[in-house]
Design a protein around this ligand. Structure first.
Ligand code: NIG
Ligand code: FE
Length: 413
């Protein structure tokens, strides 16, 4: 039986409805309903409007009424479309070395970096990995993030990648946020693999891909296309195989050197993420495609590198998502709202562009068409802040946290 919940009144309900998927946005394009309420039926939004109107309507419907006191602003629950929150160990030592002058690639070459996390993650049990995912996902939920993408990529063998993806899958029972998993077996060539990049990818695609499908572990394949990771040439047959088997693609693209975004466009990937090194040429390619450009400001902050050229991408007409890249190496902070706000100050992004990047544009990058906007039929995933104007959220650069979060119509706290 479906049940109804009416929640409000909100000083402002920022619906994110009616905005284009691509291109720049001005704050006055945002649909802001004042003195608003949301009527929820089960897990979905039934109606939005003035709280007083909805209140008189629901008297006959036996709705549960959650009447808020004081000032409140409601937004769609946020979506973090790129994380690596399934891992074991710490890379605090890498961070200190990097700040003492070593580069990310130098640290990787000298035995730190991604391989260090692979070693720690392989030592961890599936249950230990699951509890790490639960802990980090719950931290995200407190910050209003109700959908979280989570990658594998620290296992780097058929068995160890499966362990990671099963750990992510198992976390779903204990986490209110939705977890969208992605296989990143093509992260780096594992040091203990006997053979070259192409033979590693062949092994993964032949032995791992079928299990991903049969165990329903993920329908998404990612690859790190970079000089220290996988080249365009070796990734192409891997991506072709993935597409043939029906997987969606996403790419770690143009982080230090270009090539990845070209592959993303060629193979119709959902998103090309990082893009710190993208030039006019890559921006033009992305704009002409349906690939969502994803900025990962947490990696720029963690590594002390340039930000993704978000302003240029938007002005040229691209769609821009913003994600945390939360991982133990390049982006240990994991606070999406702080990172998105900081990207905004350096790249001169409007509030509308930043909020779009962590709501409906992020949803599109995951191929999800049921969230990221507060409108009838969409999931009742809500982030509610005790403030009087939505401008306060990004102004406080992540220090103002939601005081209530709803996931699928259920109050999380
Ligand atoms: O997105 N760039 C490659 N992969 C991750 C980093 C992972 C790590 O350093 O552990 C990223 O930044
Ligand atoms: Fe990443």
């Amino acid at each position: 039986m479906n049940y109804y919940t009416l929640i409000g009144p909100f000083n402002q309900l920022v619906t994110m409805a009616g905005l284009p998927l691509k291109g720049p946005l001005k704050d006055d394009q945002l649909q802001v309903i004042e003195n608003a309420g949301i009527l929820i039926e089960g897990k979905r939004i039934l109606k939005t409007g003035k709280f007083s109107d909805l209140l008189s309507e629901v008297k006959v419907q036996k709705a549960k009424i959650i009447e808020l006191e004081g000032d409140h602003v409601c937004l769609p629950g946020f979506i973090d479309s790129h994380t690596h929150i399934c891992f074991a160990g710490s890379r605090a030592n890498d961070y200190a070395m990097r700040n003492a002058g070593k580069t990310y690639l130098e640290i990787a070459k000298s035995g730190g970096g991604i391989w260090d996390t692979v070693t720690q993650t392989r030592k961890a049990s599936e249950a230990e990995l699951t509890s790490g995912v639960i802990k980090r996902a719950n931290q995200h939920l407190k910050n209003g993030i109700t959908t979280i993408e989570v990658k594998s990529g620290y296992g780097l063998s058929v068995e160890e990648e499966l362990k990671m993806l099963r750990a992510i899958h198992n976390a779903r029972k204990d986490v209110q946020a939705d977890l969208v998993s992605t296989c990143l077996a093509a992260h780096i060539l594992p040091k203990d693999f006997v053979g070259d990049h192409a033979s590693y990818l062949k092994w993964i695609s032949e032995e791992l891909f079928p299990v991903l499908t049969s165990e329903k572990l993920t329908n998404r394949i990612d690859a790190f296309i970079e000089e220290e990771a996988f080249s365009q040439r070796v990734i192409e047959p891997y991506f072709k195989k993935a597409l043939d088997l029906g997987f969606d693609l996403t790419v770690h693209a143009d982080q230090f050197h270009t090539a990845g975004s070209e592959v993303a466009v060629k193979f119709g990937a959902r998103s090309a993420d990082h893009l710190e090194a993208s030039t006019e040429k890559e921006i033009k390619l992305l704009v002409k495609s349906n690939v969502i450009a994803t900025a990962l400001p947490g990696a720029s902050i963690g590594l002390g590198c340039d930000f993704t050229p978000a302003r240029k991408l938007l002005d040229a007409g691209a769609s821009l998502a913003i994600a945390s890249d939360w991982n133990p190496g390049s982006a240990p902070m994991g606070d999406l709202l702080t990172q998105a706000a900081i990207l905004g100050t350096f790249q001169k992004l409007t509030n509308a562009e930043i909020l779009a990047g962590i709501t409906f544009r992020a949803a599109a990058s995951l191929g999800l068409s049921d969230r990221g906007i507060i409108q009838p039929g969409f999931l009742a995933d809500l982030a509610i802040f005790e403030i009087d104007h939505f401008n306060e959220i990004l102004y406080h650069q992540g220090m103002v946290k939601p005081d209530r979060v709803f996931k699928r119509g259920v109050s999380c706290f």
